[in-house]
Design a protein around this ligand. Structure first.
Ligand SMILES: Cc1cc2nc3c(=O)[nH]c(=O)nc-3n(C[C@H](O)[C@H](O)[C@H](O)COP(=O)(O)O)c2cc1C
Length: 158
């Protein structure tokens, strides 16, 4: 296989960019993720890939839950704050206020909308592990156009 062609072709996959909320017994966390897609209407399922060995991946594997925060176009600064390891301060992560509902994973007030998932299956292969989440709760904070990977100029894939 031609590695340049592989990279170019895989980078042709279009993505959104989300803040995925995670938790463990003592804390909560959030990371910027684009490896996310819906995979079923009924039941509503999504597939999320989390970097193997990262704190977030371990939290998803252990807690069996995660949240997905859908950001608005223009919220590049917010998503960029979630590229690094974080510790919550009160009810904020990276300075952004969150609350919790069904799963205990962070839901950000500044996001357009959110959904929460219960892990129903997993494929622990490759350098990112895939978690299939059943959407068990969702909410909308306001109307708007979602943030896209393209507008940020970032790449995570190839
Ligand atoms: C543009 C971009 C997209 C990313 N997408 C993902 C992703 O889909 N899955 C993932 O596990 N990490 C992704 N990351 C890395 C995470 O945001 C984060 O840096 C990493 O998981 C470490 O987080 P943690 O140690 O707090 O768990 C992405 C990073 C960037 C810059």
């Amino acid at each position: 296989m031609d590695p340049k062609a592989k990279r170019t072709a895989l980078r042709g996959i279009t993505y959104g960019l989300y803040i995925v909320g995670t938790k463990d017994e003592t804390s909560v966390n959030g990371f910027a993720g684009n490896f996310l897609t819906q995979t079923s209407f009924a039941p509503p399922l999504v597939a999320l890939a989390a970097k193997a060995g990262s704190r977030s991946q371990q939290q998803i594997a252990e807690s069996g839950v995660f949240s997905v925060n859908v950001l608005e176009t223009g919220q590049k600064d917010m998503v960029t704050a979630f590229f690094k390891a974080l510790e919550p301060e009160g009810n904020t992560l990276a300075g952004y206020e969150f609350y919790t509902e069904e799963t205990g994973c962070p839901i950000f007030k500044d996001a357009l909308s959110f959904f929460e998932c219960k892990v129903v299956d997993k494929i622990e292969k490759g350098d990112h592990f895939i978690y299939v989440g059943e959407v068990i709760n969702a909410g909308v904070h306001r109307e708007g156009d979602p943030l896209t990977m393209k507008e940020t100029g970032f790449y995570y894939g190839g």
